[in-house]
Design a binder for this molecule. Structure first.
Ligand SMILES: [Zn+2]
Length: 73
């Protein structure tokens, strides 16, 4: 398997596997599967996902940017 993976941005078409919200985290499993999570579930499963993942695309920063600067984290 080559490593010419195109890092497609997640879009509004990508939905969280758990709740159906827009996905901001894509997890490519070392076993070959792929999971999508919203910011909430990506964070909730973060530790577990990092054990299983070959690659994680985290675009939750984009969500914060869209939410505006009024939110302090
Ligand atoms: Zn979710």
């Amino acid at each position: 398997m080559t490593t010419t993976l195109v890092k497609d941005s997640l879009t509004a078409m990508d939905r969280c596997d758990r709740c159906g919200a827009q996905a901001y985290v894509r997890v490519v499993l070392s076993t070959g599967g792929e999971l999508l999570f919203c910011a909430h579930h990506g964070r909730a499963h973060d530790a577990k996902l990092r054990e299983m993942a070959a690659d994680i695309t985290d675009e939750t920063a984009r969500l914060r940017a869209e939410a505006g600067s009024s939110l302090s984290d």
